[in-house]
Design a protein around this ligand. Structure first.
Ligand SMILES: C[SH](C)CC(=O)O
Length: 267
């Protein structure tokens, strides 16, 4: 049946993203737990993964990727998550804001704004889609901030302006975090901070917060996706807020593929 050929049809390869991402660790575990011995997950980057998706989708070729919500690809393509009966990818996850120890004392206004930051999949989707269609991240962020001054006012409520204090945010180049980090960067700039946004891999992101070389990050996926990092740096960072809930990671395929579960990948 065509199910047995699904491995052949994608050369037993799952197209992943940066090697340090939690979804890559989860996929390594999935290959073991579902006994997908002949399969491998190809690491690269989020951008390379979406380029491979476009190439396959335009030709209606089979492809299996590591996917997550929120992501613009679900607005652009007809995609579905493969069922995960063993629960390797967890259920609803949240994106947390983490800060270095001492941020509250050093930059109290920024600390308050960062811990107040909260938005939803629709908000983030608008920024991600603008960026995907070619707008520079900082311009897409500025546009969203301008169009959503009511939401921004809730985040900055009760905070005073600052004059030129420096703040360093680290993030990982996942479309969701490019959007959130640029939006918060704009908000902090309007507050008077001199903001630097530094793009790093997931491991160095957690390390920078733990060693205090960066001030905060909006890229912490918890409780499961980044559990290994949160455990490794337990006590060395502060979890100061949840910016979005009900997010999700898993294996994603175009709906034109007949498979529905990770179990279907077995020979
Ligand atoms: C790819 S998700 C945005 C986060 C992660 O898997 O580490």
């Amino acid at each position: 049946s065509d199910k047995s050929s699904v491995g052949d049809s994608v050369h037993y390869k799952i197209i992943g993203i940066d090697p340090g991402a939690g979804i890559m660790q989860a996929t390594d575990k999935a290959l073991k737990d579902y006994k997908l011995d002949d399969w491998q997950v190809i690491s690269g980057s989020s951008a390379a993964m979406t380029a491979a998706l476009k190439k396959a989708y335009d030709k209606k070729d089979p492809i299996i990727i590591t996917g997550w919500n929120p992501h613009w690809m679900f607005a652009k393509y007809d995609l579905k998550y493969l069922k995960d009966p063993k629960g390797v990818y967890g259920s609803a996850e949240e994106i947390h804001t983490i800060a270095r120890k001492g941020l509250k004392e050093d930059l109290p206004e920024a600390y308050k704004i960062l811990s107040n930051f909260k938005w939803n999949e629709d908000d983030m989707g608008k920024v991600m889609l603008d960026i995907q269609e070619g707008t520079k991240p900082e311009d897409a962020a500025a546009k969203w901030v301008k169009n959503n001054s009511d939401k921004v006012a809730k985040w900055t409520e009760g905070t005073k302006k600052v004059n030129g204090k420096k703040i360093k945010l680290v993030y990982v180049a996942w479309d969701s975090e490019i959007a959130s980090t640029n939006v918060i960067g704009k908000v902090l700039e309007k507050q008077g901070y001199k903001v630097s946004l530094t793009q790093v891999e997931a491991g160095p992101m957690w390390t920078a917060i733990a060693d205090g070389s960066a001030d905060a990050s909006l890229s912490a996926w918890l409780p499961l996706t980044h559990k290994t990092y949160a455990d490794k740096f337990n006590g060395k960072f502060e979890d100061i807020g949840t910016s979005i809930t009900g997010v999700k990671i898993g294996l994603v395929v175009p709906k034109y593929m007949k498979i529905d579960s990770i179990e279907d990948l077995k020979k």
